[in-house]
Design a protein around this ligand. Structure first.
Ligand code: ATP
Length: 720
């Protein structure tokens, strides 16, 4: 083991995850800088480091010091102090100010900033307010550096320090020492594994009660992320024990204690014990309760001949409704809660227009909403009546993902007699709960959606469960009203839904391009977007959406995004860039918000473009607002040239391009292909192997999600 000490001169490279950096270190005034490679986040320029490691010879870059341990020391030389201050590490100090400070205070500069900040006013350009800001920024920075060191010593990337500091401030290290698992619950973007790494490094026992409890919660979180509201007890114990590498019996005993303390909830049904996280238990229970209540409590429509009212609208609209369509409009008048489902072109929007007309004629106050901004916009365009997102409807006012705050709730319900939600298949159990809590008694609720599409990304399969319960009035539209030949996309969507291969023989709007290997498919997708579709006049970044069934592999979302970014928005000297975990962003990039952020008022799946980029932060322009992201928030953003089919739900695009390759076999499912195809308005282009297409069409096995909503609606011995 060799040792090397010096001042960081500049950063050559750092990866987005903060786990690897290459930098130049100057070991002394008279020695030239050496290259250091280290598995850690990049240090600050001007920082003094003491490194341990070994000298290695790189075939291309020559001699380098490979550091395995790093100790950071506050800069001690005049030059080091100036470089450190000039690096931008302290808000309010740039290179010119750094030079002035060092010239005036010399080696004492950092001590003055920290302990005698009133003296800073001796420098031209610093008033007492600015002196205070500089002092605070320095102290905070010093604390963050200490926290970074603590994290790195415990085997965790120092890159998390900013987020952790933002949550706990000066108490951060104390919190981590007391119970590191709080990180997983309280700091967004930090999960169980990071917390566990710290705990293990601090010497916590494997079967410590805090660790077992955190493991159970993490396993439950993973289960919820897979779409379940609850999980059989044995499966939870098994998964937790595997995760923690501990004994099953100890996990089972800890789980029993958590249930006794009511930290988790439990339900016994048909000899099966199902465990819930608390919030999902109460959400499911409340959704069932509210639906049953609203179903029977609708304001009556007196003196109205329903069929005559509907016939009146048909003649006014010069349209003859199909039988099921008519039944749907009549049901909207007759029932408190109604589910309307059907595939593309079966007339859901037409029926919604009919419902609006007949319900408005009764003097009802009607609100329209959809789970995503794009779906709400489409509904507005189709009906001519303003529709908003469910979050906007409920007047979201911030809060975390697990505890959002809405102005509208049971105490301040929505002002409406009828609320119609489109794309309701995308509502997970939590959002449905928040929504139904805000619906006043007597108000009608109409849920419109296509149950053959993928279920919501979040937990539950609410719309399917409601239908499965057979307790809520339902109208299913099956007749396709779009003209045959008008759109092969709609015809093919229905073929796929029935398990038949799509017909791509003669139509330009539904194409299948057979390409053998996956790398060639990814290249073909890039060429199609950059050249083919662009030459045809499509605004590729806005009108074409590449979808993929998977995240990994050549044709997965991640790789396609990298290739498409390079092709559609290449790097150039005058285009600034910024790295986040997993993604490097450039001015002009198309990006997607990956989770609900109630503070910023942007939500999972929102798409925008980077409109401004400054050192350490960038701004994304969304259709309705523009939002700044600091470097710490960049894990919330992904490139969106390509996206998963799940994320595309609720949106429509002129052109959909999608790879279908055998390597994606676990995700080759009928409802996934169906969802992808129904996103396209003008053209679908599938590229890949026929075998993969056949597999996707034939595979209608969808995993049932654990949920007891249908059973609760049926009152099967469960409290609700
Ligand atoms: N009863 C009807 N008679 C004639 N045309 C109809 C009828 N119902 C719907 N259509 C027409 O069929 C087409 C599809 O209807 P609509 O847009 O309402 O369906 P949708 O289920 O909302 O479809 P998508 O999900 O694809 O948007 C439209 O052109 C509409 O005008």
């Amino acid at each position: 083991m060799e040792h090397l000490a010096g001042i960081v001169e500049n950063i050559v490279f750092q990866n987005a995850e903060g786990s690897f950096a290459v930098f130049k270190l100057k070991p002394g005034e008279d020695r030239s800088a050496v290259t250091v490679v280290a598995g850690m986040p990049a240090p600050l320029i001007g920082e003094q480091l003491e490194l341990s490691g070994e000298w290695v010879e790189h075939t291309k870059f020559g001699q380098q010091f490979k550091a395995t341990a790093c100790k950071r020391i506050a800069p001690t030389s005049i030059k080091g102090i100036e470089r450190f201050l000039a690096s931008g590490a302290i808000k309010g100090i740039g290179p010119a100010m750094a030079a002035r400070l060092v010239k005036h205070f010399g080696l004492e500069t950092l001590a003055v900033i920290e302990h005698k900040s009133h003296r800073l006013v001796e420098i031209e350009g610093i008033g007492s307010k600015k002196a205070q800001t500089i002092h605070e920024a320095y102290v905070e920075q010093a604390e963050i550096r200490e926290l970074m060191l603590f994290l790195e010593t415990n085997g965790v990337s120092g890159g998390y320090a900013g987020k952790i500091f933002a949550q706990y401030g000066s108490f951060a290290i104390a919190v981590l020492q007391e119970n590191p698992y709080r990180l997983a619950e309280e700091v967004t973007g930090i999960g169980f594994r990071t917390a566990d790494q710290i705990a293990m490094s601090l010497g916590l026992e494997r079967n410590h009660p805090d660790r077992l409890a955190a493991g159970v919660n993490f396993a439950l979180l993973q289960i919820a992320q897979a779409g379940h509201c609850c999980v059989p007890e044995e499966a939870l114990v098994e998964q937790t024990a595997k995760l923690l590498l501990t004994d099953r019996n100890e996990v089972a005993a800890r789980l029993k204690a958590l249930l006794k303390e009511e930290k988790l909830c439990v339900e016994d049904l048909h000899g099966m014990t199902l465990i819930y996280p608390r919030h999902l238990y109460y959400a499911e229970k409340n959704v069932a309760q509210r639906l049953l209540k609203l179903k029977d409590k609708a304001k009556l429509v007196p003196d109205c001949d329903f069929p005559a009212a509907v016939a009146g609208w048909e003649s006014a609209a010069q349209l003859v409704l199909g039988e099921s369509q008519r039944e749907a409009v009549i049901s909207a008048l007759a029932h408190g809660v109604l589910v309307l489902t059907g595939g593309p072109g079966t007339g859901k929007t037409t029926v919604v227009k009919g419902m609006l007309a007949v319900l408005e004629a009764q003097g009802f106050q009607i609100l329209l909403a959809a789970p995503t901004g794009r779906a709400a916009k489409r509904l507005t365009e189709a009906t001519g009546k303003e529709a908003v997102t469910v979050h906007r409807l409920l007047e979201s006012t911030g809060g975390g993902e697990s505890a959002p705050r809405f102005t509208r709730n049971e105490d301040e319900p929505l002002d409406a007699d009828v609320i119609i939600i489109d794309e309701a298949s995308m509502m997970d159990i939590s959002l449905m709960n928040y929504f139904l809590r805000a619906v006043p008694d007597g108000c009608r609720v109409i849920l419109v959606g296509d149950i053959d599409q993928l279920p919501a990304v979040g937990p539950g399969s609410v719309l399917k469960d409601i239908i499965r319960s057979l307790t809520i009035p339902l109208v299913r539209l099956t007749e396709v009203f779009r003209q045959a030949g008008e759109s092969m996309i709609v015809q093919n969507a229905h073929r796929i839904n029935r398990g038949m291969l799509p017909d791509y023989s003669a139509s330009a709007d539904f194409q299948f391009r057979e390409i053998g290997d996956s790398a060639a498919v990814s290249r073909a997708i890039v060429a199609l977007c950059r050249d083919g579709l662009a030459e045809e006049g499509f605004d590729v970044r806005r009108e074409v959406q590449v979808l993929s069934p998977m995240h990994r592999l050549d044709c997965g979302v991640e790789n396609l995004n990298k290739l498409l970014q390079e092709a559609l928005n290449p790097a150039s000297e005058d285009k600034p860039g910024l790295s986040g975990p997993g993604n490097s962003f450039r001015l002009g990039d198309k990006v997607m918000q990956m989770r609900n952020n109630y503070e910023k008022n942007v939500f999972n799946g929102d798409i925008g473009f980077i409109v401004e980029l400054e050192p350490g932060k960038l701004r994304v322009g969304y259709p309705d607002n523009a939002v700044w992201y600091e470097k710490n928030d960049l894990d919330e953003l992904h490139l969106a040239y390509a996206m998963s089919v799940h994320k595309s739900q609720g949106s429509e695009y002129p052109v959909i391009v999608m790879p279908l390759i055998p390597g994606h076999h676990v995700m080759l499912q009928r409802n996934l292909l169906y969802t992808a195809v129904t996103r396209a308005k003008e053209r679908v282009i599938l590229l890949g192997s026929k075998a993969a297409l056949h597999t996707a069409v034939a595979n209608d096995r969808t995993k049932r999600r654990y949920s007891l909503l249908a059973e609760r609606l049926r009152g099967e011995g469960l409290g609700c």
